[in-house]
Design a protein around this ligand. Structure first.
Ligand SMILES: Nc1nc2c(ncn2[C@@H]2O[C@H](COP(=O)(O)OP(=O)(O)OP(=O)(O)O)[C@@H](O)[C@H]2O)c(=O)[nH]1
Ligand SMILES: [Mg+2]
Length: 214
């Protein structure tokens, strides 16, 4: 049953991809464990992107319940659609297609998809995205890339988030970086803090470069 579900999902993901290509839109799937800082990063990112007419963004955000993240994102200045998944632990390509219908995507260059906070279930669900960004916050422990390796293997970019908290939790940066490189040797790695702004310039440049490649 799971296999056939994934086959259906892959077909719809291809359709989303075709739509993104036709619109010349960069689609970014943000995944992490609950609370690693996806929405906080988006809030800071959108404050900067929305001021630049060439790089405006819209957001689809998934949670089991509540519309709080979409409200936070709208407050940061971007159009946002909340998808509540109920008991489902990931977004799938069909949910994303439904969210896309509710957004005006003609005036934006980037579509962020904030996935349900979960380092396991979203792994196998292609959404048609161009970029899969996996956040690992310093407070989660250096071992997480090894334990949740399937997700890290699919990452194009790993963001080491909450860098401002590293010393408070005795975060072993070198070990964490080694573990990320072991699971995802081809992934780019950036270190960010939504609180201090560390790494945000690099992250935004990274996105703008990818928009140019589209
Ligand atoms: N110190 C610090 N706290 C952060 C940072 N980023 C996020 N937080 C805090 O971490 C908590 C969770 O942040 P969110 O942005 O809601 O995390 P999320 O990944 O969107 O969470 P879910 O959508 O529920 O999975 C909040 O209390 C944030 O204020 C950061 O860079 N530094
Ligand atoms: Mg969130």
């Amino acid at each position: 049953v799971f296999e056939s579900l994934l086959v259906d999902n892959d077909r719809l993901a291809e359709r989303n991809r075709g739509f993104f290509r036709a619109k010349r839109l960069l689609a970014v799937n943000l995944v992490s464990s609950p609370g690693a800082g996806k929405t906080a990063l988006l809030e800071k990112t959108l404050e900067r992107l929305q001021a630049d007419p060439d790089h405006r963004a819209a957001v689809i955000v998934g949670d089991l319940e509540t519309a709080q993240d979409a409200a936070r994102i709208r407050k940061a200045g971007a159009p946002a659609v909340q998808i509540t998944t109920g008991a489902v632990c990931h977004l799938d390509a069909e949910m994303v297609a439904g969210g896309m219908e509710q957004l005006d995507l003609d005036t934006v260059k980037i579509l962020f998809i904030e996935n349900v906070g979960n380092l396991v279930c979203p792994t196998a669900f292609d959404l048609g995205e161009d970029l899969r960004v996996v956040l690992l916050s310093t407070t989660e422990g250096e071992d997480k890339p090894l334990k949740y390796a399937p997700m890290f293997r699919t990452a194009d970019l790993v963001l080491l988030s909450k860098s401002d908290l590293a010393s408070a939790v005795d975060f072993d940066r070198e070990t964490a970086l080694a573990h990320i490189r072991q699971c995802a040797p081809k992934a780019d790695i950036l270190e960010t803090s939504a609180k201090t702004g560390q790494g945000l310039e690099e992250w935004i440049s990274y996105l703008k470069n990818r928009v140019q490649d589209i």
